[in-house]
Every structure is written in structure tokens, then in C-alpha cells.
Design a protein around this ligand. Sequence first.
Ligand code: F6R
Ligand code: ZN
Length: 197
Amino acid sequence: MQNAKGELPAASPEIAKVTLGWFSGTMDGLPVQESVKKLSELEHIFLDEAARSHMDQDQEVYRVCWWSPVSPGVEGGLFWGVTTLRPGKVGDEYFMTHGHSHANRSRAEYYTPVSGRGLLIRMDERRLTWAEEMAPGTLHYLNGENAHRVVNTGNEPLIFWACWCSDAGYDYGAIRERGFGVRVMERDGQPVVIPYE
Ligand code: F6R
Ligand code: ZN
């Protein structure tokens, strides 16, 4: 909105500091945070722990860049981020995110991929688990009650944007201990969703 002199007001500190590379999955700007998940931090997440432990522990599996315009835990805000999940396998199991539920189970999230392909694994509180195809253009609404994990079943990075509530939080414990009700393995060159307990 212009003032009487036709001038635009100065942008608030939150605006115009972040710019996106939509298809490359990059975020630039002072408040952007980044975390890199290496194989060393995914102990006992993959079925073949021996295979994981013999791989290069410094190998990056995925990275997340995000913008928190408000502090984590503040009610009513939104976070915006992008995950780049590399292609690869541990044994026959495709690279995937750790997976989590939201600490606040009433807080939802959107995922939308822009590059690559894979599967979104979702699990409800009774451990009923299912997979949704992820490819550029698919939009996934995650209600806060579902644990979620992304698996890269392709040969290129799987890049997806996400928007989630600032007071959603993270609950990694249950997934670390029991995982999901399925695993995604390569069989005869194809991804197969296999029930797992
Ligand atoms: C936020 C969210 C994503 C994931 C990211 C990495 O609620 O779902 O930003 O945090 O894809 O996955 P995790 O957190 O499972 O390591
Ligand atoms: Zn989430």
C-alpha cells in the first residue's frame, strides 16, 4: 500500500529477506537455517545396519533448509522449508528421511515435490502404514496425527517443499525405536513396499 506521497513502505524485517530457487530447492537469506543429515546420524534406521556402518559415514543423505519467521513453539506461525533427499541405498533399502510425528498431534503440514520421485510413507497411531507416490506436482496434506517419512526411489535428488505450523514440534522417539510398518526395498530393480514389524 502506498502512502500519500506515492511511496511504498519499507519492508518489515521478515519480508524480502528470503528468496527461493523453486526447482533447485535453494533458499537464500539471512534467517535461513540448514541442517545436514549424514549416514553417521542414521544409526539403526535402515534394516541393514551392518551395511550402513561400512559405508562412508560422512555421506550426506539429506539436508533441510527452512525459515522460522517466529520462534519454534509460538502458536499461529508457519515455517517454510525444503528437503533435498539424495538418491542411494543402504543394502537394498532406498535412502530416506528419519521420519517423525509432530509433538503437537493437532498440527498439520503440506509437502509438495518439485524434482525427483519417491514415496511418502505415512503411519497412523495404530501403526497402519501406507505409501503415496511423490513426483513433481503432487500435493500432500499431512494431518498432525500421522508419522511421516520420505523415500527417494529414483536416481536423482528428491526435492520437496514443506509448510508446517511453528508449534508442531518433532517427536522422533517412536520412529527411532520401532520404525514404520513398512520398508521400501529394491527388488529386481524396482521399489517394493514391504510390510515390516
Ligand atoms: C517438518 C518436516 C520436514 C522434515 C524433513 C526432514 O515437520 O516434516 O521439514 O523435518 O523432511 O525429515 P526428518 O525431520 O524426519 O529428519
Ligand atoms: Zn513434519
